[in-house]
Each structure stands twice: as C-alpha cells, then as structure tokens.
Design a protein around this ligand. Structure first.
Ligand SMILES: N[C@@H](CCC(=O)N[C@@H](CS)C(=O)NCC(=O)O)C(=O)O
Length: 334
C-alpha cells in the first residue's frame, strides 16, 4: 500500500477531473479493492466508464504516470469518479454506490452484523505491510484473524508468475518512478528469480512458511464458511440473498482461483457449490471474468505447469495436499 500524498477518504467535491461519463472507475484487474467495487457496480446495474490502470504486476507502473497522479496522488486504485468528483478508498466508494442506488440492497436491514463479520474477515491486515518481516507467530495470528490476510499469504506464487511476463524495461522503470525503493527492489528480485524464488535458498526459508501458514488458515476460514453455509443450507454467506459479505469474499475466491488453490475446498461441498453459484451470477461475469487479463490466465497456467514439473514447488504450494492428504489430516499427523 502506498500512503504518501493520500487524499482523505470519501467524495472530494472540490476536485473536478476531466470525464466523459457520469460515473467512471479507475481500477486494476487484479486488485482486491478494485474487484469489490466492480462487483458492487455490476450488482447495482450501474453503467460506468472503465479506466483500467496497470500496476507493475499486470504490466507497468501506470499508476505512477503523471496522468494518473492527477486522479490519485496516492497512486493507488480504485478511484470512483462521479461527475468528475473523485471518491477515494474502496470502502467509501462502496458506501457511495450504496447511497447512489440503494436497491438491490447489499446490506439488508437486520443482517448488518453478519455482513460486517464477513467483510471484516475478508480484509487484508498486514502489520507494516511486509509479510517477510513477520515472525511465524505473528503470521499465524494475522492469518487466523482475517481470511483476507491468509489468502494474501498465498499470493506470492501468483505475483512471481506474473512477473515472469513483465518486461525488464518496466521493472527498471519502477526505480525511476515508484516512490518506495524497497518495493521497486522487491519487483526486481521477483523478476530475477521468477517462480523458482519459492524453492530457492535462502528465500525459501521465508516463502515456504508464509505459504504454509496462509494455506493452513485459509483452509480453516473455508471450513468456517462451509459450516455457516451448511447450517441452514443458505445459498449465500449471510442467508438467502447475495450481500456485501459475498462481494468481499469474491475477491478472495478469485485469488484462490488465480493461484490454483481450489484443492483447498475440493472436499468442502457447500463452499464448492457456493463458489459455483457466485460464478454463475452476471455480476461475476461482468466484474471479474471480463476483466481477467491474458497475463493473469498465463500466470495461473504457469503455476499449474510448474507444479507438474517441479515436485518441491508443488510441495511448497500444496503441502500435504501434494501428497494426497487433506490439511486436517496433515494437522492431525503432527
Ligand atoms: N485502502 C485503499 C487501498 C488501495 C490500494 O492499496 N490499492 C492497491 C491495489 S489492491 C494499489 O493500488 N497499490 C499500488 C501499487 O501496488 O503500486 C482502498 O481500499 O482503496
């Protein structure tokens, strides 16, 4: 996350950005927050002008371009723009969309607490923003707290695979334009070693435990969701209707798809059916499927093929699953 020059959350009536449509969205295909806002807009049936902004993981630091800095000096996505006035922070954007078009209700009366539970657990909360600098104990505590954090711990193979298709020119460009040297350097290292980074000493001593902690807790959060769904056979996270809780969960499932982690809920039949139900909604097609970039499909295909070719890589990503054991079996075998 980039904090410098961050404008305050909410609508900025004092700013007038050039625009061609009443509602515009600056967003990125891969970004969790962008996905949530796109799903909300699709669920509400709100038309908008789509301005895709690349981040280095999808192609280049377009978010650092002078044009984009006019939209958001904090260089983050998403930014929602209404009649030229930007709304910063995805949470404020979602609330703004809710007031703009209250029906269909995404936070139905009486379900506020349940929705809040799932939206809070879907958050990514990483102290200091760096998984690599956390102890295993801190990783476990953070992953246990939030489903979003545990899924974020599974994202490294996805990013490494994406970097394999980013040009060196775009990586070096980061040293010139990206305000955080540490992150520009991380992109350089990830590009340099590609997917092998996961299993390569000395990096593997950090990366393998991060993925392992992420996997263990993701499985636990999925089991919790399975239990909630099975309790009364509800189709969606909070009951009969699709709500903001599902909006928040979609981005996590999409990341699990992106990293080919579906094996984590292969035996959780209620979760499996839930994910299929979500994918059959038109909002999923409009907000997620239609935005999957070729580089994202390629990154997933590379992960699948690496797992077939390199047993240590498969082991790092799948743990005991790679050897045909469920995560629960694996825990019990300790
Ligand atoms: N709290 C912000 C977070 C925005 C954010 O950090 N977005 C990420 C993508 S998920 C970003 O734009 N990062 C810039 C980068 O990676 O260079 C929100 O909810 O909108």
């Amino acid at each position: 996350m980039v904090k410098s020059n961050a404008p305050s959350a909410g609508v900025h009536e004092e700013i007038n950005l050039p625009h061609t449509a009443a509602i515009e969205l600056y967003h990125n295909a891969l970004s969790f927050c962008s996905q949530k806002v796109r799903v909300c807009l699709a669920e509400k049936g709100i038309d908008y002008e789509s301005n895709h902004i690349h981040l280095i993981k999808t192609e280049w630091h377009e978010n650092c371009s002078s044009l984009y800095k006019e939209v958001n000096p904090a260089i983050t996505v998403p930014v929602l723009v209404h009649h030229g006035h930007p709304i910063y922070e995805s949470l404020s954007q979602i609330q703004y969309i809710e007031t703009l078009k209250p029906i269909p209700e995404l936070i139905p009366k009486g379900l506020e607490e349940k929705v809040a539970f799932w939206t809070a657990t879907a958050e990514v909360e990483i102290e200091g923003g760096e998984l690599g600098s956390m102890t295993e104990e801190a990783l476990n505590a953070a992953a246990a707290r939030c489903f979003g954090t545990s899924v974020a711990m599974l994202s490294m193979p996805v990013f490494l695979s994406l970097y394999e298709d980013i040009t060196w020119g775009n990586i070096f460009h980061g040293f010139l334009v990206y305000p955080n040297f540490g992150k520009a350097f991380t992109s350089f290292i990830m590009k340099l070693f590609g997917s092998n980074f996961i299993t390569m000493a000395p990096f593997s001593t950090k990366s393998v435990p991060i993925i392992s902690v992420g996997r263990k807790h993701t499985r636990q959060h999925l089991e919790e969701l399975d239990k909630a769904l099975r309790m009364d056979g509800r189709p969606y996270a909070t009951g009969a209707d699709f709500t903001m809780a599902d909006v928040a969960l979609i981005s996590l499932f999409e990341r699990l798809w992106q990293g080919n982690y579906e094996f984590l809920f292969e035996d959780l039949l209620a979760v499996k059916a839930y994910w299929q139900r979500i994918q059959s909604r038109s909002s999923f097609k409009q907000a997620i499927l239609e935005h999957r970039l070729p580089i994202m499909n390629k990154a997933r295909a590379r992960i699948i093929s690496m797992k077939e070719k390199v047993p240590a890589y498969k082991d790092a990503l799948e743990g005991k699953h790679a050897r045909g054991m469920s995560e629960t079996d694996a825990l019990m075998s300790h």
